[in-house]
Design a protein around this ligand. Structure first.
Ligand code: CP
Ligand code: NVA
Length: 302
């Protein structure tokens, strides 16, 4: 694999290799595999976890990062995406890109001669979802697990569908009507799921989704770039809040997951996110280990 744009593009052995390597790196974090190598980071949107975990991760692998703010690069404005991709490819060994339009990421990858990593687009968040299944594997294993994703059928939900399908986790999604995952993702995700015998259900009922779940996962109701919809979405998503009443329907030892940042009091209550069942900070930590595995494979030939 040259790039890491979507989990759908990975074979099942490649996914397994990333998860295994991430587990090794979690035990032995400092390596010299990327000595002398640089990763450029381009963010068109804000970030805490993605930026810091990529920066710390490259450092721990012996390499370095170059952070480029949106204002500095102005992708497609100051110069074409293709020309930025061609230029950066002469300086660095890899580029991580966080964009609005997923097509910008594809365009960048098309012209870059070095690996391109999707650090989130409006369509997908693959680094997140691989860290998520790594976390589920650590805490629950992968056999006979019901993951319930309750909330917006967004980028995180899309990548979680691919990740669950590849590793064998059953997934029930519940969204308000009109906020289901996009058909162009559902189709290939169902194809991936067929290969592994995974069941993916898409419902509009949070109660059915939460019932008997081993994992309850949610994300913000309005993603970055949807700030204007915050108010209208609040009323549409109200009954999808992860609160004490809803999590009572899950298994007693369920884990709560959220990619963060969380909007406490909206998609999740303090009581749930701060409970002993909450895995959100372990989940955030695992971004580091999993991304290091991705970097080691793409930039370090592992
Ligand atoms: N979960 C995640 O990607 O967080 P950031 O937006 O802070 O990078
Ligand atoms: N769906 C969220 C995820 C943030 C990490 C967003 O795109 O803003």
């Amino acid at each position: 694999m040259k790039d890491f744009i979507s989990i759908h593009d990975l074979s099942i052995p490649e996914v397994k290799k990333i998860l295994d390597l991430a587990a090794d790196l979690k035990k032995n974090p400092i390596q010299n595999w990327l000595h002398g190598k640089s990763l450029a980071l381009i963010f068109e949107k804000p970030s805490t976890r993605t930026r810091v975990s990529f920066e710390a991760g490259m450092f721990q692998l012996g390499g370095t990062t170059i952070h480029l703010s949106p204002n500095a690069v102005q992708l497609g404005v100051r110069e074409s995406i293709a020309d930025v991709a061609r230029t950066l490819s002469r300086y660095v060994e890899g580029v991580m890109l966080r964009t609005f339009d997923h097509n910008d990421l594809l365009e960048f990858a098309k012209f870059a001669t070095v690996p391109v990593i999707n650090g989130l687009s409006d369509l997908l968040h693959p680094c997140q979802a691989l860290a998520d299944v790594f976390t589920i594997k650590e805490k629950k294993g992968l056999k006979n697990i019901k993951v319930a994703y309750i909330g917006d059928g967004n980028n995180v939900c899309h990548s979680l569908m691919f990740a669950c399908a590849k590793v064998g986790l059953n997934l029930t999604i519940a969204t308000p009507k009109g906020f289901e995952p996009q058909a162009k993702i559902v189709k290939p995700a169902f194809e991936d799921a067929q290969q592994t015998g995974v069941e993916i259900d898409i419902l509009n009922d949070p109660v059915m989704a939460a019932s008997g779940a081993d994992v309850i996962y949610t994300d913000v109701w309005a993603s970055m770039g949807q700030e204007k919809e915050v108010k209208s979405r609040k009323s549409k998503f109200k009954s999808f809040q992860i609160n004490q009443q809803l999590v009572k329907l899950a298994k007693p030892d369920y884990i709560f997951m959220h990619c963060l940042p969380a909007h406490r009091g909206l998609e999740v209550t303090d009581e749930v996110i701060d409970s002993k069942n909450s895995a959100v900070f372990d989940q955030a930590e695992n971004r580091l280990h999993v991304q290091k595995a991705i970097l080691a494979m793409l930039l370090g030939g592992k």
